[in-house]
Design a protein. Structure first.
Length: 120
């Protein structure tokens, strides 16, 4: 078991125990969402272990910025997706590689899961 802790300005404000074999990225949203302290972080940072495919979107839907530290930026840039038309990104220094399939998100009922979390 290891302590998984949410820190705000180096002050522990929430924590729980996770197994040594558990992936930390699966706990990012939960530790923020279940925080009962008066301190409410608006940005979550972490190392490569804080990243999974859902964290950025789910935290964004809840008004929290996901700001992970990427150790291999070039590798991560190959996974940069966009939501609007590609032409909207023409002037951007870093170009996204592919469009998010919003229909898939709706079909898989991800929105209903997020909404159930939002008003839990």
């Amino acid at each position: 078991m290891v302590a998984y802790t949410l820190l705000c300005n180096h002050i522990p404000i929430n924590g729980h125990l996770i197994g040594t074999n558990e992936y930390e990225g699966h706990h990012v949203f939960d530790i923020w969402y279940r925080n009962t302290s008066v301190m409410k972080p608006t940005a979550i940072t972490g190392d490569m272990h804080s990243i999974n495919k859902a964290n950025f979107a789910i935290l964004h839907w809840f008004g929290v910025r996901s700001e992970p530290h990427f150790t291999d930026l070039n590798k991560q840039l190959k996974k940069l997706y966009f939501t609007w038309e590609r032409s909207a990104y023409k002037k951007w220094l870093i170009q996204p590689v592919e469009q998010i399939n919003q229909d898939l998100i709706i079909r898989k009922k991800i929105m209903s899961i997020v909404l159930s979390l939002r008003w839990d």
